[in-house]
Design a protein around this ligand. Structure first.
Ligand code: GDP
Length: 197
């Protein structure tokens, strides 16, 4: 079932100022330009909900949206933009870790990775960080319509094999495309039953 209502709630740069944890929430994060805004817009069926960034790494804000009055969708800032200073990177790490460790209602984090690119240390390190903090996560493969089915399969297998070098189990990987809306039903179905528990 498509999203009926998606409303911007609040943006902030201080995890302590996030909304009261009164609804389950699902966070979305990934390297700048991975397609996070496009995926959020595709999932919610609102083309302008999350901004599609011309300037990666610009916004360092935590954005909360309320979906169908039931759950929070949290748009976290993109990481890994090469042109930021060490101080900026440290600020980012403090913001993200502050957020991740202060939300008792955070059910699951979607880590977005570009399906066309081989596993990157930055993303794998981020997943390690989530693991160290016992924060459940799944992976969303983005821009998959750019790959043929065979290449997509190879990329998926390669990603799983890389994860298995450090993880005992591989998290769920959603195959998505903001262009074809692939993955929308699957992600919403994943979120909704978890929501009702
Ligand atoms: P963000 O920085 O992670 O929020 O990424 P954006 O959503 O702004 O997307 C970055 C670029 O990738 C933009 O030029 C998008 O049009 C493009 N993009 C995002 N999702 C897709 C997708 O599913 N398929 C294709 N082909 N391009 C995409």
């Amino acid at each position: 079932m498509p999203v009926k209502q998606a409303t911007f709630f609040v943006s902030n740069s201080d995890p302590a100022k996030c909304p009261a944890p009164d609804r389950p929430e699902y966070a979305f994060i990934g390297r700048s330009n991975v397609g996070k805004s496009s995926l959020i817009n595709m999932l919610t069926g609102r083309s302008g909900l999350a901004k599609i960034s011309g300037k990666p790494g610009k916004t360092q804000l935590i954005n909360h949206f309320i979906i169908d009055n039931e759950w929070y969708l949290v748009d976290l800032p993109g990481y890994g933009y090469a042109k930021v200073s060490k101080t900026e990177r440290e600020k980012f790490a403090a913001l993200i870790n502050g957020y991740l460790t202060s939300r008792p209602n955070l059910v699951c984090t979607f880590v977005l990775v570009d399906s066309r690119i081989d596993p990157q240390k930055l993303d794998l390190d981020f997943m390690e960080n989530l693991g160290d903090r016992n924060i459940p996560f799944v992976i969303a493969f983005t821009k998959t319509e750019k790959l043929g089915p065979q290449k997509l399969q190879t990329q998926l297998e390669n990603y799983r094999a890389t994860l298995l070098e450090t993880w005992e189990e591989v998290p769920q990987i959603f195959v998505t495309s903001a262009i074809t809306a692939a993955g929308r039903e699957e992600i919403l179905a994943f979120i909704r039953p978890l929501n009702k528990e």
